[in-house]
Design a protein around this ligand. Structure first.
Ligand code: NAD
Length: 360
């Protein structure tokens, strides 16, 4: 059956890296007999230039009518670009927040993989990086502290600010289910991260995750406190498979997990709703400093497409083929400028895309 893919190339390096991801998807379609139908849409700065708003209702409607969205990145240089002189609700990032909300995307997935060939970029001690790691952080995206009631007021002459961390059992259950489903496609281990020794919201989180675990007897569940997890991420990251956590903890831990790989251009991400639908994009931004030079690393975008194959289409074999092609190209010594090291062969963005597509 044909799969409808909304393609938002976006700004900066977005068009260059998404073009390579589509090249790889076309190769997958040819090899495995699939029919991918792409609709190109504008969002972010390019939409502001064309339509005077970062996201139009038509773009939302096409995305809602698609099986998945493949995105590059949006935004420009936040100091020099005229887009950032506009009111906040008309800036590029407002489009992305609105799109995520309109699509009901509540689970953000960010894999952090240390490839043996890129171990030199890892900032961790050699005995730790030697073990490698392959983990996925699942962050709740629409609740918790970032969406709770907040106010700043003067109480008895003292300025006081309040933020509210609130979760109900349904919000926790749906992300826990996603975490266990994703773990079933990986190494069958879930680490649920909370602060249950202090927070009520964490105690409810722990209780619901434990309940959901009963439906997944093949998956090992462990609970961990967020402070200890932050330490374990740099001490022994190889112990983790899927880590599931609330919005703010996930925001912080996913950046930490990205940093320990040392290669931003390699990191994909996915945001999912309750169905199989998802939005897939690199973890990095639009990199305006290198845009238009054909030097960006397209691997994060290509691996985002591979996540789309796995999580939205259930094409696991095809996703494995893309990931193996990436590993092969790295093992053969090909590198874009950002991950270049001595003795390797430096290639441009479009060459990297072709090398990966050829190995599928
Ligand atoms: P950035 O991630 O764009 O760039 C940080 C550094 O990493 C830069 O030196 C860049 O050249 C490099 N880099 C990033 N991706 C790369 C790739 N694929 N290949 C090679 N090098 C790569 O972060 P920034 O400079 O802070 O932000 C630039 C713009 O991107 C801003 O407008 C920001 O708001 C936006 N942004 C968008 C998203 C998104 O679309 N989801 C996410 C983060 C930032």
């Amino acid at each position: 059956m044909a799969k409808k893919i909304a393609v938002i190339k976006g700004d900066g390096i977005g068009p260059e890296i998404v073009t390579e991801a589509v090249k790889v998807l076309d190769k997958v379609a040819e090899k495995y007999g699939h029919d991918f139908r792409y609709t190109e849409l504008l969002m972010g700065g390019c939409s502001i230039d064309a339509y005077k708003e970062p996201l139009t209702d038509e773009t939302i409607a096409v995305c809602q009518d698609s099986d998945a969205v493949l995105m590059g990145s949006i935004g420009g240089n936040t100091t020099t670009s005229p887009w950032y002189k506009l009111p906040a609700h008309l800036r590029p990032e407002a489009g992305l927040l609105k799109l995520r909300k309109s699509l009901g995307l509540f689970a953000n997935l960010r894999p952090s993989v240390l490839y043996p060939e890129l171990r030199d970029a890892c900032p961790l001690r050699e005995d730790i990086s030697a073990k490698g790691f392959d983990m996925l952080i699942m962050r709740e995206l629409t609740g918790g502290l970032y969406f709770g009631e907040r106010k700043t007021e003067e109480v008895n002459g003292v300025m006081t600010a309040v933020d509210t961390l609130k979760y109900d059992e349904n919000e926790i259950r749906r992300i826990a289910v996603k975490a266990f489903e994703v773990a079933m496609k990986r190494n069958k281990k879930v680490t649920s991260v909370d602060k249950a020794n202090v927070l009520d919201s964490s105690r409810l989180w722990r209780k619901i995750v434990t309940e959901v675990a009963k439906d997944y007897p093949e998956v090992t569940l462990e609970h961990a406190l967020v402070d200890s997890t932050a330490m374990q991420l740099v001490r022994n990251p190889s112990q983790f498979d899927v880590m599931v956590t609330e919005n703010m903890f996930g925001d912080i831990l996913s950046d930490e997990a990205a940093m320990v790989t040392g290669s931003l251009g390699m990191l994909p991400s996915a945001s999912l709703n309750e169905t199989k639908f998802g939005l897939y994009e690199p973890s990095g931004g639009s990199a305006p400093d290198i845009a238009g030079k054909n030097v960006a690393n397209p691997i994060a975008a290509i691996l985002s497409a591979s996540m789309m194959l796995r999580y939205s289409f259930d094409y696991n074999e095809e996703a494995d083929a893309v990931e193996n092609a990436v590993k092969k190209v790295l093992a053969e010594g090909y590198r874009t400028a950002d991950i270049m090291s001595e003795g390797c062969k430096q290639v441009m963005c479009d060459e990297m895309g072709s090398l990966i597509a050829e190995r599928i």
